[in-house]
Write a protein that binds this ligand. Sequence first.
Ligand code: HEC
Length: 173
Amino acid sequence: MSKDRKQIEEQMDRFFWLTLRMVIRGISILSLVIVFGLIFMLAEDHISEMWNNFTHSIEVKSQPLKQYEKSETREVVNGIHQETGLAYGVGFSTVKKVCLSCHSSALITQNKATAEGWDQMLTWMQKTQGLPALGKDRKVIVDYLSKNYGPVDTGRRPNLPVEEIEWYVLELE
Ligand code: HEC
């Protein structure tokens, strides 16, 4: 065997082992990713629950007195925020913060009024029921109320959920 050939063979040898090591490293990283991915997929609910509990406990600790922040949920069905029963739209969070500290949303949702009417209702509540001054929130609140609980528009019932209706044949005898 000539010296050159031996050198070439040695180099190929080195190249082979280097490649093999890279491949093995690649495979092990990939399988680590897959294993963690699988674990996360399987335990996702559990992990997010733990995370929620964790963040939730921080929230509750920092705001112990504000009932509306204790169990905040964002579930909205047909435009209605499920936890509060209020229409979900511009101004929602302000109304939730300001208006639900004394009474439930039912007093709001069962009423319908124009912006003027709502404004008068707020004035009445300030004069007689201890509602504090609202500053620039007042306009946000009146806009929200007249838009979502105005005299015409929101008297409409929501569209029927056509897919959920169980149709049946009416039998006339
Ligand atoms: C400081 C406490 C307090 C706050 C804050 C408050 N209210 Fe009231 N509200 C009352 C009280 C007390 C009543 C009377 C309840 C009753 O008659 O049983 C009332 C009654 C109402 C009624 C019924 C009025 C009627 O004529 O039937 C509406 C509507 C209403 N509130 C809307 C709101 C809105 C909108 C907000 C937010 C801007 C708000 N309230 C914030 C105390 C409050």
